[in-house]
Design a protein around this ligand. Structure first.
Ligand code: CMP
Length: 138
């Protein structure tokens, strides 16, 4: 039920052993897990996922970072999922993230910022379909 968003627990947070704590926070905040997988992006697939940032100065570093280790991808549902999840994770730059947010608690830098959250309903659908087939969704 509700609307959907897409998230990834990024390589830094997974490597640090913070996945369980983050998933617990996600559930306690009222998001329902509709699909979930542990996987690792190749440089090619990370480049495709972040193609919208291709012209940004941080693109090459971002692709290297996102393909540096395992990630956990999830589709989540909740009323107002996209906006509420972005509030829940906090600002991109952890130095600007609000107290109690995932990024305030777990992010290391503006790049290694622990977690992804889709920025629109349209991108949530695109990003969810990038990782999950219909068979992998409840
Ligand atoms: P996210 O907003 O999930 O998707 C784009 C990612 O690019 C962002 O998280 C960071 O991981 C990274 N990013 C955004 N801005 C910068 C920046 N100024 N420098 C380095 N990485 C960035």
């Amino acid at each position: 039920a509700g609307t959907k968003t897409f998230t990834m627990i990024k390589p830094d947070a997974f490597a640090d052993g913070n996945s369980g704590a983050i998933i617990k926070m996600i559930e306690e905040a009222g998001f329902k897990i509709e699909a979930m997988k542990l996987t690792r992006l190749s440089a090619e697939s990370a480049g495709a996922f972040y193609a919208v940032h291709k012209e940004r100065p941080f693109y090459n570093d971002l692709v290297a970072y996102m393909s540096s280790g395992p990630i956990i991808a999830m589709i989540l549902s909740k009323e107002n999922a996209v906006a509420d999840f972005r509030t829940f994770i906090g600002a991109t730059n952890p130095a600007e993230a609000a107290e109690g947010t995932v990024r305030k608690l777990f992010a290391k830098s503006i790049e290694a910022n622990a977690i992804h959250g889709s920025d629109s309903d349209e991108n949530a659908a695109i990003e969810g379909a990038f990782f999950f087939s219909q068979l992998e969704r409840v």
